[in-house]
Design a protein around this ligand. Structure first.
Ligand code: 1AG
Length: 135
């Protein structure tokens, strides 16, 4: 049974968000703001339903899913695209494939050294974020 991802997490590092945002076609203006802000990740689980919130002073993005069940995702406030998304456990990683206009799009979350790790990928770009638990 993988370690629970649930809780509130504050960003401590963020590598190549710029490349990831360029791959998504985010405007220069929005990228400049997005790069400056710290994100908080809030992950909640009710039964087999997950709710993941990415919170910041600039924008918030919330979505929910059931593991192993494809869902329609609309990345409102991000790149505003529709994806057919599927989240599944792969070992200790919670892995999402986001099928849509953008190739090779998805993310993975896992816990390592008491930190929440997130790898976001799109086309040939990988963004790596690490979060520490909010105490
Ligand atoms: C996500 O998490 C959301 C990741 O899918 C959001 C992080 C960075 C921004 C991503 C794309 C850039 C698009 C627009 C920039 C606009 C706002 C930046 C501030 C975003 C805060 C919401 C996946 C994973 C699921 O956590 O658990």
């Amino acid at each position: 049974m993988p370690v629970s991802l649930c809780g509130s997490w504050d960003m401590v590092s963020n590598v190549n968000l710029e490349g990831y945002m360029i791959a998504l076609g985010i405007s220069l203006y929005t990228r400049k703001i997005a790069l400056k802000i710290k994100h908080r990740k809030v992950i909640e689980q009710v039964g087999d339903q997950y709710v993941v919130k990415t919170l910041s002073t600039f924008r918030n993005y919330t979505f929910s899913f059931r593991v192993n069940e494809e869902f329609q995702e609309f990345t409102k406030g991000l790149d505003e695209r529709h994806c057919k998304s599927l989240v599944a456990w792969e070992g200790n990683k919670l892995v999402c494939v986001q099928k849509g206009e953008k190739k090779n799009r998805g993310w993975a979350h896992w816990i390592e050294d008491d930190k929440l790790h997130l790898e976001l990928h799109c086309e040939d770009q990988v963004c790596k974020q690490v979060f520490k638990r909010v105490v």
